[in-house]
Design a binder for this molecule. Structure first.
Ligand code: SAM
Ligand code: DTB
Ligand code: SF4
Length: 332
């Protein structure tokens, strides 16, 4: 067994990240095999339950009210619609359902009460429930947990140094504070970043170092390639090459051996071969379904064919979950 460390030095992370790619992928694959079943991939589905008109100014995001983008805003989706989407995701092979809201922070009241109902409805289907709702208070984290929430997504996106180049309306510390509240409520943490926003390799190493030196590693680490959406300040950013995704994934895998490392946004632009190298490097989670939150995702039939060709199989819900994080009544 590889030791789980949260005391990685910045230099160690840099050295790993700088390893020649074929060697790095081999090391990622080796660590992966000691902690996970080869070929097992977590299949997750996203749904935007409240879209657009967000007060934040995240430069990558088509849902910010500050930019003119093709995204059509809508208020909270009704319960039937959300539960039908969760049922369809389960039937299509997903084991995790993640609901996203374009909020700066969750505000107590009618909409938050509705989210609580949605969480308990989806948890009752035996799916792992994840939410991404912006900043949370302790009380909101506890209410979500009591309703059956298993995971909370809150990304650090990049290094602390680069953060204020992409977001001015909140700080890195705000992000870390919410992550601490989620952890304290015994909700599993999903936290990762985005490549391709104009950050340097130094920023990527800093992000990996921050993630890998949290008091506990995030249980899931999504690695997103920027989806450059028309109208956002980052609309003209060049596409992230597959080998930069593979490098980030392999390094994350070696630093955080038990985490689910998700080949997240940007998969839609990758060939089967490029995705295969990312799985080899240590990715073991993806989003399926026609949409991420607002942008197109890979075709489901193509994903099923890929699973067949590569010999991948779906990971069951709550596998290896910490007992205190599994909601009461869920199959453990
Ligand atoms: N509003 C909440 C928040 O920001 O925490 C939750 C929803 S937000 C859309 C969830 C995450 O999606 C962001 O933290 C960001 O990492 C990712 N994201 C948003 N737009 C993206 C894009 N164009 N390309 C890649 N990832 C993106
Ligand atoms: C994450 O890291 N990536 C997902 C999920 N967590 C919430 C979101 C990707 C969003 C891509 C742009 C969109 O579809 O709006
Ligand atoms: Fe709003 Fe989240 Fe998009 Fe930022 S990433 S603009 S907080 S929806």
């Amino acid at each position: 067994m590889v030791e789980i460390r949260t005391d990685w030095t910045r230099d160690e992370v840099q050295r790993l990240y700088d390893t020649p790619l074929m060697e790095l992928i081999y090391q990622g694959a080796t660590v992966h095999r000691t902690h996970h079943e080869t070929g097992e991939v977590q299949v997750c589905t996203l749904l935007s339950i409240k879209t657009g008109a967000c007060p934040e100014d995240c430069a990558y995001c088509p849902q910010s009210a500050r930019y003119q983008t093709p995204v059509e805003s809508h208020g909270m989706l009704a319960t039937d619609e959300v539960l039908a989407a969760a049922r369809a995701a389960k039937e299509a092979g997903s084991t995790r359902f993640c609901m996203g809201a374009a909020w700066r922070c969750a505000r107590d009241g009618k909409d938050f009460d509705h989210v609580i109902d949605l969480v308990s409805g989806v948890a009752d289907m035996g799916l792992e429930v994840c939410c991404t709702l912006g900043m949370l208070t302790d009380d909101q984290a506890r209410r979500l947990k009591d309703a059956g929430l298993y995971a909370y997504n809150h990304n650090l996106d990049s290094s602390e140094a680069f953060y204020d180049r992409i977001i001015s309306t909140r700080t890195y510390q705000d992000r870390l504070d919410t992550l601490g509240r989620v952890r304290d409520a015994n909700i599993s943490v999903c936290c990762g970043g985005i490549l391709g926003m104009g950050e340097t390799h130094t920023d990527r190493v800093d992000l990996l170092h921050t993630l890998a030196t949290q008091p506990e590693h995030p249980e899931s680490v999504p690695i997103n390639a920027l989806i450059a959406v028309e109208g956002t300040p980052l609309a003209n950013q060049p596409r992230v090459p597959w080998y930069e995704m593979a490098r980030m994934i392999a390094t994350a895998r070696i630093l955080m051996p038990r985490a689910m490392v998700r080949l997240s946004a940007g998969r839609v632009d990758m060939s089967l071969e490029e995705q295969a190298l990312c799985f080899m490097a240590g990715a073991n989670s993806i989003f399926t379904g026609d949409k991420l939150l607002t942008t197109d995702n890979n075709d489901l039939d193509a994903d099923m064919e890929m699973f067949d060709i590569l010999g991948l199989k779906s990971r069951e819900a709550y596998k290896n979950a910490k007992p205190e994080q599994v909601p009461a009544g869920a199959a453990g």
